[in-house]
Design a protein around this ligand. Structure first.
Ligand code: XMP
Length: 520
């Protein structure tokens, strides 16, 4: 465990067992929003491992399987006998029913979307709530016979089948619907009833306390040694650096490698932000090396490999100049380390993400990862509490290989300049329309395709710029953003008029899947 908290997060804990649902992390975040620490464990964690996390309660997530299928995900049944309240959500409820002697069968028709339910007010989960409200369902199977000792506490209107069940004596609860999603009415109240009334959580986990505790732990762990850190301008590495800087001051030495693939003015802005934060940063302008190695390369994976390898060697060389560093600081966050709840391992490599994963062993450094227990929105909040500039905290995600994966075809200085100019205009227009802050990612892509145009009286034969804007929660899936036509019109006109080298603008209207967010 490289994190500092090692499960001792200074607060009460709730364990979420991941049965492979896309919504598991959302459950974990909702619990944390209620100021209760949560950890996600994979479905095959045994009851001993769950007990070791000292939970006040356990939540079993939804999942894609059918409990009756051979090889379906099962949880260790001893989890139901730990003596702490257990809440099964969707597949979690079906699993609870099946394990404890009930029956689950395929429903007459699957239930997807918003459905009205009727609840029993006498249930501690629904106490004080309206008797009827709407919830989000997403399942094919239903609990067709409750396990002995259980009673139904909610019903889908017009149907006799249980939308919720409980065994109050054993403190076991099941919900067929998803309380964690916003379109379930009273979902936060139901989760709150579970955490506070049933598990007895106090709700006293807060990020201010986390910061104080973590700074103390970093100081104790690092002692009088030194730490090096590669800064990228992104949220995670910057917040990690701000935190460690509070703990050990200038014994944190940062390296910022400018690979020449950043956006307009970005290197200077990031540099100014770091200076404002009082960090000690060595800036390395390696743009010539990167651009010459990329010369003539058009294959996306080769671009990524070249950039990743060169990045590591430049960083390594610079870091070796920093005498006596024993630690490497990395901005790893919780979604990077959660063990997958899914059963499928070794999925296809879509893109090789560049990271500095192999560095610590190569350089004989110990790894410091103070954020590995936190979700992205919590990292942002900590950044705000530590006065990290908004330009960094609210920055859109930006790929490690930078504009190289947005400059399709060959990456040359000239084409990068064209791309930077078009990209800056798109951003300015999004800001002018007040939309930039609400979008997950927005950028231009330069296509190696020339088309004919007319400007004044003359013919042009120039490249195409594509506009890309997406909304997403975690970059795993993304929906293309519906931008106002007036904005698109202004961006298109300005790009064609102001950027020499582009005479046509197109809009990318593909979601992920089937596309990815970046084009390469
Ligand atoms: P894709 O294009 O795979 O991207 O849908 C998902 C998210 O990851 C970002 N991205 C990267 N981030 N190094 C990174 O740190 C990379 O090599 C890299 N490639 C893509 C992308 O911008 C999106 O947010």
């Amino acid at each position: 465990m490289n994190g500092l908290n090692g499960g001792k997060h200074g607060s009460e804990n709730v364990v979420i067992i991941d049965c492979g649902s896309q919504l598991t992390q959302l459950i974990a975040r909702r619990v944390r929003e209620m100021k209760t620490h949560s950890v996600v464990l994979p479905w095959d964690a045994d009851a001993g491992r769950v007990r070791d996390a000292a939970p006040k309660g356990v939540i079993i997530s939804g999942g894609p399987d059918s409990v009756n299928d051979e090889g379906a995900i099962r949880v260790d049944e001893d989890v139901f006998a730990l003596g702490v309240p257990v809440l099964g959500i969707c597949y979690g409820m079906q699993l609870m029913a099946k394990c404890l002697g009930g029956e689950v069968s395929a429903g007459e028709r699957p239930e997807y979307g918003v459905t009205p339910i009727e609840t029993d007010e006498a249930s501690p989960l629904f106490r004080g709530l309206p008797r009827e409200f709407e919830v989000v369902m997403s399942h094919g199977d239903r609990v067709s016979a409750l396990p002995p000792g259980f009673r139904a506490t909610a019903w889908t209107r017009g149907e006799g089948l249980a939308a919720a069940m409980e065994n109050a004596e054993r403190r076991l609860f099941g919900l067929q619907f998803h309380p964690e999603v916003v379109h379930t009415q009273n979902g936060d109240k139901i989760l709150g009833r579970f955490l506070f009334d049933l598990c007895g959580c106090r709700g006293d986990w807060d990020l201010g306390g986390w910061i104080d505790r973590t700074i103390g732990e970093i100081g104790a762990k690092v002692g009088s040694e030194s730490v090096i850190c590669g800064l990228s301008g992104g949220v995670d590495s910057s917040v990690a650096a701000a935190l460690v800087h509070r703990a050990i001051g200038d014994r944190l030495r940062c390296v910022f490698v400018d690979h020449g693939l950043l956006r307009l003015n970005e290197a200077a802005e990031v540099r100014a932000s770091y200076e404002g934060m009082g960090l000690s940063v060595s800036y390395v302008d390696a743009s010539d090396a990167f651009l010459s190695r990329l010369s003539g390369v058009t294959d996306p994976e080769r671009k990524r490999k070249i950039i990743g390898e060169l990045f590591i060697s430049v960083f390594e060389e610079e870091a070796s100049r920093i005498a006596s560093a024993q630690w490497l600081l990395q901005g790893t966050i919780y979604p990077d380390v959660i063990e997958s709840g899914g059963k499928r391992k070794g999925s296809a490599v879509i893109k090789s993400h560049h990271n500095v994963g192999g560095l610590p062993e190569r350089m004989n450094l110990k790894l410091l990862e103070p954020l590995r227990d936190l979700f992205k929105d919590e990292v942002r909040e900590i950044g705000r509490l530590l006065d990290v500039p908004a330009a960094i905290v609210d920055r859109q995600p930006f790929p490690g290989p930078g504009l190289a994966v947005r400059c399709l075809g060959e990456v040359t200085r000239e084409r990068l300049d064209v791309l930077r100019a078009a990209d800056a205009i798109f951003r300015e227009e999004l800001e002018r329309f007040g939309l930039y802050g609400g979008i997950w990612q927005s950028f231009c892509v330069l296509l190696p395709v020339r088309t004919v145009g007319v400007m004044g009286d003359g013919r042009t034969y120039s490249e195409v710029a594509a506009l890309r804007a997406v909304n997403s929660a975690d970059a795993m899936t993304a929906e293309w953003t519906r931008l106002p036509p007036e904005l698109l019109d202004c961006a298109s006109k300005r790009i064609c008029n102001e950027v020499r080298g582009v005479n046509r603008v197109v809009l990318d209207i593909t979601s992920k899947p089937p596309a990815t967010i970046e084009w390469e």
